[in-house]
Design a protein around this ligand. Structure first.
Ligand code: HEM
Length: 347
């Protein structure tokens, strides 16, 4: 879950756009750290894996990475992803207008519902979505104006209560640490999954040949998922702070500078990806993309993200058949990128 954008453009000191440069930034926490007071998410959700490096980071991250990779979580995830995707598309199929915005009726609710299930929170999905919106708005307000709205503090309090009520545990973490990391895991798996499924549909529905390939051959979908993550990584950048003066991509970076690793640019680096702006579901090296980051903070949920994208696409295809885009926009956003709407029609 990357941090909110630093909206004051003066604050962005360096933007790294090359594939190798981004890898360097993400793989070297001694030189490029997240552990800085300017990292605003930490102020709202508390210290977590996202805002620490070194041994503190290991303490926060390992129990959650282990939990998500465990056989039991994978089993629960597979069941709930297929079940929820089927249920949501069943609801869509009942609409007499034969049109639906897949963002609001599928990609968002699927992402929220799956995280709710996997963590066993048992929260009302509408509440979870609401807390999420308030916490994200809080991080943005803090970045822009320097103050934390009461609504964000209240949302974090309610989420902590839900985590307590579910008796969620993680290694030897305190209850406060469990709540902070649960917030990071939840929200890491909501915004980005919503965006990545929406971006997949957008790429396929605006590339008729690729769409036909995926309808005809399920194996083509795996390539399309990777290629969509490459071209429009739902989290387009990550922020770090230089702990010493250094050089990346020939740029001299001063100590303390904010360094943005632009994943979206790296994924279009022509020295790694030929004809980089073209959507090609058969691109041999698409999965080299950096959408899930690299290094110690690399995403802990790629398997879930991929499974949700596949389940979303399969459910729509099985239940609605071929769909047609009738209103959309290309993916937009400074950090989290997705189409604002994805209205489709079916016959
Ligand atoms: C397509 C969907 C996803 C994308 C594009 C994505 C992207 C990312 C990226 C770029 C980072 C690195 C952040 C940084 O270095 O500052 C990250 C970290 C993280 N992601 Fe994901 N993610 C996705 C899905 C998920 C899911 C499903 C989960 C949870 C189940 C999740 C949980 C996390 C967590 C907890 C971290 C922080 C890891 C750490 O700081 O050690 N993500 N993700």
């Amino acid at each position: 879950m990357p941090d909110a954008p630093h909206c004051n453009s003066d604050a962005v000191d360096y933007v790294i756009k090359s594939y190798r440069g981004c890898e360097t930034v993400m793989r070297n926490p001694e030189t490029f750290t997240v552990d800085d007071p300017r990292f605003t998410t930490g102020v709202i959700v508390g210290e977590s894996m996202l805002s620490t490096d070194g041994p503190r980071h290991t303490h926060h991250r390992v129990p959650w990475a282990t939990l998500l990779r465990s056989h039991e979580t994978r089993r629960r995830a597979t069941e709930s992803i297929d079940h929820l995707a089927g249920k949501l598309v069943h609801g869509i199929a009942g609409l007499t207008t034969r049109t639906a915005d897949l963002r609001t009726s599928l990609t968002g609710p699927l992402a929220v519902g799956v995280m709710n299930e996997i963590l066993g929170l048992g929260a009302d999905p509408t509440d979870l979505w609401d807390w999420y919106q308030h916490i994200v708005a809080g991080v943005t307000a803090l970045t822009e104006h320097g103050d934390v709205p009461e609504s964000a503090v209240d949302a974090m309090r309610r989420l902590s209560h839900a985590v307590d009520a579910a008796d969620l545990r993680a290694g030897n973490q305190t209850r406060g640490e469990v709540a902070s990391n649960a917030a990071v895991v939840l929200f890491g798996g909501i915004e980005t999954v919503d965006g990545s499924i929406a971006n997949l549909f957008w790429h396929l529905l605006t590339n008729p040949t690729a769409y036909e390939d995926c309808l005809a051959r399920p194996s083509a979908l795996d390539g399309a998922i990777e290629e969509s993550l490459r071209l429009e990584p739902a989290a387009s950048r990550v922020d770090r702070y230089a702990t010493e003066a250094t050089t990346v991509d020939g740029m001299e970076i001063s100590r303390g500078a904010l360094v943005v690793a632009s994943i979206r640019d790296a994924n279009r680096d022509p020295t790694v990806f030929a004809d980089p702006d073209r959507f090609d579901p058969f691109r041999a090296n698409a999965s080299r993309h950096l959408a899930f980051a690299r290094g110690p903070h690399a995403c802990i949920g790629p398997h879930l993200a991929r499974a949700e994208a596949r389940a979303g696409f399969d459910a729509v295809t099985q239940r609605l058949g071929r769909v047609e885009l009738i209103s959309t926009s290309p993916p937009v956003g400074v950090v989290f990128r997705k189409p604002e709407e994805l209205v489709v029609r079916w016959s």
